[in-house]
Design a protein around this ligand. Sequence first.
Ligand code: 89Y
Length: 346
Amino acid sequence: MQKLKFAILGTGFWANYQIPAWFALDGVELIALYNRTGTKAEAFARQYNVPNVYDNVDLLLDRHAGELDFVDIITDVDTHALFVEKAARRGLHVICQKPMGPSLETARRMVETCQSAGVEFYIHENFRWQTPLRHLKTVLDSGVIGQPFKARVSFCSGFPVFENQPFLAELEQFILTDIGSHILDVSRFLFGEAASLYCQTQRVNPTIKGEDVANVLMKMRSGLTCYAEMSYASILEREVFPQTLVSVEGSKGSVVLAPDYTIQVTTRRADGQRETRYLTATPPDYPWADPAYALVHSSIVDCNRNLLEALQGQQPAETTGTDNFETIRLVYAAYDSAARNEVIHL
Ligand code: 89Y
């Protein structure tokens, strides 16, 4: 199969992992890099043998649109809509980093722009591709715990996240856009769409602009109650960054995604006694992954694979713009709920 040619727009922190994650797959050729500070893009180009480097995105797109198949946008959220529009206008398929846009209206426009340009629009949303979360989903789909009725999806950490990503401290809307977009997407992946939600937020760290704690209670359309909790202010006995911990209770048992990728499935035996089975869902190891983020970095490969196979017409993409719009809807509904102290019906 012919390799798909692509350009990366934005060579910040995540490009360090997204680029090698693309190279872990056959079927793509990275032909151009853009970054507003050109020297950063040049350093990546030298490291990964990328032939074309730009600090002007229009120049890159004008010169290479004819040979490009898609662009992968890895810039900060504020430029997502502009770059999506520029690429779509030139007939290029678009992959865009999460969170999709800085507001629900902007995200809606991004989806519409790509629809009317007739190009594919995918969001790089990788958490749902983490090995333990995929295994957990398999357990739920097997029916072994019966009909799930309640769940907790938890991402609570004291990891010094602002050291690698200082701009996160400047966001007026921090944890719900940064981790909330992942955790609410994982909740949709596991339990389907939400019917309503209620959220409370807090800022514990006085040195940042946005909220660093959010507690979201959702009633899913299935009837399940899902409590999604996230915090970057948690000083806990066990620091498990960047693991998402999940517990689900169903009519016939429960399943827990515990630290260290352990999945515990508890059911009743025929004699009524409880029994728990344990399995471990360890993610693959990549030499280029930062050990502190290895679980997340390995999921980039699987996310990219899904999007690439969709572009090659082999299977549908999971995180299309249309699908991810439902995630971003939850993010902004959560802010809305917290601001009004009200339940939001979706
Ligand atoms: O930016 C975030 C992400 O997408 O995964 C973890 C992170 O780096 C910090 O919250």
